[in-house]
Design a protein around this ligand. Structure first.
Ligand code: ZN
Length: 260
């Protein structure tokens, strides 16, 4: 049997504690709702982590044991420690998958990995969203029709300041007239990243079956086989090289480092 995909569902978990209306929609927190969705799927091993836990629940060890991290944040992006952001970024480079949800577009983690402002237009008017599948054979769209609708949403509009995605899976249309690249994939180092737009703290969007289906598909798509561990830096030849006497770093500015 294949090894389970180890998922960490991360949530800043502030709105749900501060606002009774939001708590009524997500009584177990947004992380609880997303973890519940993922736990219903076979082959996944799911834990949750939140901002106010020590190291935000994302210690070196916790990340080492994580194959895919999902990220929801909004009001407290600035409270995420830079050290943890760098740790997450390094794990993505090593091959950890990352699913960034909705307002996570402005998280330090996503902005660091994108290298751009990740700004967009937004509006709270409880308008309708039609999410179009523009890459019908993509594994993340598996099980959907040509499009699905979210009856009430917060609008996100272009321009979305991200680098051009490797693949574009969804484009959203909004009742007010805007469009948005709602499902984007990226690769950074050995890691796969998926940004998925839907979800807002005051609306029950993470209870909607199509949204849950996409998040499950995305987690599977981002998960990597635990395969090759490449090494980097100065390399001894594999075959004999006539005349090669090995590294000589004398006089090189990195001599001390290279001697390790
Ligand atoms: Zn929102």
């Amino acid at each position: 049997m294949a090894e389970p995909v180890r998922v960490t569902v991360w949530n800043e978990f502030r709105h749900e504690q501060a606002n009774a209306r939001i708590a009524a929609i997500y009584p177990d927190g947004i992380h609880g709702a997303i973890a519940g969705t993922l736990r219903a799927l076979p082959g996944l091993e799911v834990r949750t982590a939140t901002l106010d836990e020590p190291e935000h629940g994302l210690s070196e060890e916790a990340l080492r044991q994580t194959d895919v991290l999902t990220w929801w944040g909004h009001t407290a992006h600035g409270e995420v420690a830079d050290e943890v952001v760098e740790r997450v970024q390094r794990r993505v480079w090593q091959g950890m998958g990352l699913v960034v949800l909705h307002s996570g577009h402005l998280s330090k983690v996503f902005c660091a990995l994108m290298g751009s402002s990740c700004m967009l237009k937004w509006r709270e008017a409880d308008e309708r969203e039609r999410v179009w599948v523009v890459d019908p054979s993509h594994p993340i769209a598996q099980g959907l029709g040509e499009y699905f609708e979210i009856p009430q949403c917060e609008m996100y509009g272009e321009h979305f300041d991200i680098p051009p995605p490797d693949e574009l899976v969804f484009i959203s249309w909004f009742q007010g007239g805007e469009v948005f690249r709602s499902g984007c994939t990226f690769r950074r180092g050995a890691g796969k990243i998926f940004y998925f737009r839907p979800g807002h703290e005051t609306l029950p969007i993470y209870h909607q079956p199509e949204v849950q289906l996409v998040i499950g598909n995305a987690v599977r798509w981002c998960a990597q086989p635990r395969g090759v561990n490449p090494s980097y830096g100065n390399a001894l030849p594999i075959e004999p090289l006539a005349g090669y006497e090995g590294p000589d770093f004398r006089g090189h500015p990195n001599a001390a480092m290279a001697a390790d």
